[in-house]
Design a protein around this ligand. Structure first.
Ligand SMILES: C[C@](O)(C(=O)O)[C@H](CC(=O)O)C(=O)O
Ligand SMILES: [Mg+2]
Length: 297
C-alpha cells in the first residue's frame, strides 16, 4: 500500500549484490510512477528513469532543457513507487563539477539506486542523433570524480556514460571509459555502440559492469537479452519503449474516436478498471479503512 516497502539504502545494496552475480539486469524505462509498479509486477530487475522521457513528458526535446529539480522530483515519484532499484539519467550533471556534486546528492535524496553522467558538451542531445560533441578527458574525469566524492551512500551506483564512440570511434571510446573508471565510475554506459562486437570489446576491456541501451529507432540494433548476456553486458535499458508503446496506442485510439465516434472498438486494448485497481493496490486501502471502522471501544 502507498508505496515501496524498501529504503533507498536497501535498494542500493540490492543493486550492488545483483550486479555482483554477473546476471544481466533488465531495466525498462518507467514513463510515470504507475508504470514502475507494472515493471515490478512483471519481475524485471530494475526501473530506468529516462531524461528523454522526462523531457518528452513536459513537451520538450531532449536537449538539456529540463532542470535538476524537475528530474529529481520525477526520480523521487518513480523511486517511491517501486521496491526495485532505480537508475536515473542525470544528463551532463547539470553544470560544472560543483553542480555535479549537488546533482548527485539531490538524486541520492530522491531515493535512486544509481545515476549516470555523460561526457557530452552542453547543450546535450539524444545520444543516437548526429552532431553531438563531447568534452575533453580532463572535464569528463572531473565530472565523475566530483560525482563519486559527493555521494554519502557508498552503494549509490555512479555510472559514467561516454558518447565519444559516434565522434571518435571505438578505441577512443574504450580509452575514455577506462579513464572514467579510474576517476571513480562504478559502471560504464557506452552510448551508440554500432554492433555486438563493439559491446564485447567494451566489456572485455573493463572490469566494471557495462550497460547496453536498447532504444528503438537509434544507432544500435535491438539485440536480445541472450545476445547481450553472451557479450558480457550486465544492465540493459529500454529507456523510451513504454512511452512509445503508450503514445502509439493513445494516438491510434484518438484516430478511432474520430472515425467511429466511439471508443467501443478500442476497449479490448485498454487496461481494465480491475487491473488498474490491482496495480494501485485498492484492496489494501479498503482493508485498512475497514480496520479503522471496525475498531471497537
Ligand atoms: C538513454 C537516453 O539518454 C534517455 O534519455 O533515455 C536517450 C534515449 C533516446 O533518446 O532514445 C539516449 O540518448 O539514448
Ligand atoms: Mg538521456
Amino acid at each position: 500500500m502507498l508505496y515501496t516497502q524498501k529504503t533507498p539504502a536497501e535498494k542500493r545494496a540490492a543493486l550492488r549484490s545483483a550486479l555482483a552475480t554477473g546476471e544481466l539486469l533488465r531495466f525498462p524505462g518507467a514513463f510515470n510512477p504507475l508504470s514502475a509498479r507494472l515493471i515490478q509486477e512483471k519481475n524485471f530487475e530494475g526501473v530506468y528513469i529516462s531524461g528523454a522521457v522526462i523531457a518528452a513528458d513536459l513537451g520538450l526535446p531532449d536537449i538539456g532543457l529540463t532542470t535538476l529539480t524537475e528530474v529529481a522530483g520525477r526520480a523521487a515519484q518513480i523511486s517511491r513507487m517501486t521496491d526495485l532499484p532505480t537508475l536515473v539519467d542525470a544528463d551532463t550533471g547539470f553544470g560544472e563539477p560543483m553542480n555535479v556534486a549537488r546533482t548527485v546528492q539531490s538524486l541520492e535524496d530522491a531515493g535512486v539506486a544509481g545515476l549516470h553522467i555523460e561526457d557530452q558538451v552542453n547543450p546535450k542531445r539524444c545520444g543516437h542523433l548526429d552532431g553531438k560533441s563531447v568534452v575533453d578527458d580532463d572535464t569528463a574525469i572531473k565530472r565523475i570524480r566530483a560525482a563519486a566524492d559527493a555521494r554519502r551512500d557508498a552503494n549509490l551506483l555512479i555510472m559514467a556514460r561516454t558518447d565519444i564512440r559516434a565522434i571518435e570511434g571505438l578505441p577512443a571510446s574504450i580509452d575514455r571509459a577506462k579513464a572514467l573508471v579510474d576517476a571513480g565510475a562504478d559502471a560504464i554506459f557506452p552510448e551508440a555502440m554500432k554492433d555486438l562486437s563493439e559491446f564485447e570489446a567494451m566489456t572485455n576491456a573493463l572490469d566494471v559492469p557495462v550497460l547496453a541501451n536498447m532504444t528503438e529507432f537509434g544507432k544500435s540494433e535491438l539485440f536480445t537479452t541472450q545476445q547481450l548476456k553472451d557479450v558480457g553486458i550486465r544492465i540493459v535499458i529500454y529507456p523510451v519503449s513504454l512511452l512509445r508503446l503508450a503514445m502509439g496506442a493513445a494516438e491510434r485510439g484518438l484516430d478511432t474516436l474520430l472515425s467511429d465516434g466511439t471508443l467501443q472498438q478500442t476497449v479490448p486494448d485498454m487496461q481494465t478498471r480491475a487491473r488498474l485497481y490491482e496495480l494501485l493496490d485498492y484492496e489494501a486501502y479498503n482493508t485498512f479503512d475497514t480496520s479503522i471502522y471496525n475498531f471497537k471501544v
